[in-house]
Design a protein around this ligand. Sequence first.
Ligand code: SN0
Length: 317
Amino acid sequence: MNKMKKYTSISDITSLSTIIDEAMYLKKNTFAFQPLGKNKTIAMLFFNPSLRTRLSTQKAAMNLGMQVMIMNISNDGWVLEFEDGAVMKNSAAEHVKEAAQVISQYCDVLAIRTFAGLTDRKDDYNEKVMTAFVKYATVPVVSLESATGHPLQALTDVITIKEYQKMSKPKIVLSWAPHPKALPQAVANSFVDVMKLSEVDFVITHPKGYELNTEITNGVTIEYNQEKAFENADFIYTKNWSSFTDYGKVLITDNSWMITEKKMQLTNNAKFMHCLPVRRNVVVEDAVIDSENSLVIEQSNNRTFAAQVVLKKILES
Ligand code: SN0
């Protein structure tokens, strides 16, 4: 059996096709593994807001018969220190060293959401927060989105593509789209990770200056002309991210990269995907997200089964 000791990256999956099949099985047989989670507890810590991830992971845990503890740690916990050897004279009251060990005594799985700060690229790409919890926790850690990845979202996305693909090697386009705020690269990074493991024709399109980390996009086709990228696409996966090179900056604010009905007409009647939350008529026109080809609601539904298959694997390990 494929063991799973933690889930903080797509690379923690040993067999993607097996896990997709198992998620689909759980979608049809949701309560089949209730005994597995009996007397097991998941603790979910939120440093940042969440709607889908929080509720779908809670639902997934309940489907497996687990108990769930949730804490909005930024609002309700002590300010945490992450630096080794810190002289704690400032706002941080507790070191992650104690916090992670203490919380681990109360649960069997520890799940954490933390966003990129988008000011210090090194801190973000070193995954300061997630790495510290993995290091000091004594139970398996699950990412509910970290500074540079959102592996539960990416697993969801690949499950959804599998459900809707009509041919063996669909064309998938990851398209950047505008946004008023600086957003992390996390969702895009994990989506690229999972596409690299899939039997697909994968293209990323974005304006110049929005290149993702080349260690992640290595080997992937980049097309700077969005309309050209859309030709013959079967899936348009849309996401905004702030610049990686000019770290955390918003370089473009006009709507020339918005996903419109007109652009969708260039595709092979493509499905529209987005992880949500989405800014309507900034990222995507109403006509597209409200169309029959929009998968956003079904994607959110699949969040439960992605989380459930991951928790199941962890409980079985
Ligand atoms: C987050 C992101 O990583 O882009 C979470 C996505 C699952 N999105 C946002 O922070 C959107 C915030 C906004 O104001 O639109």
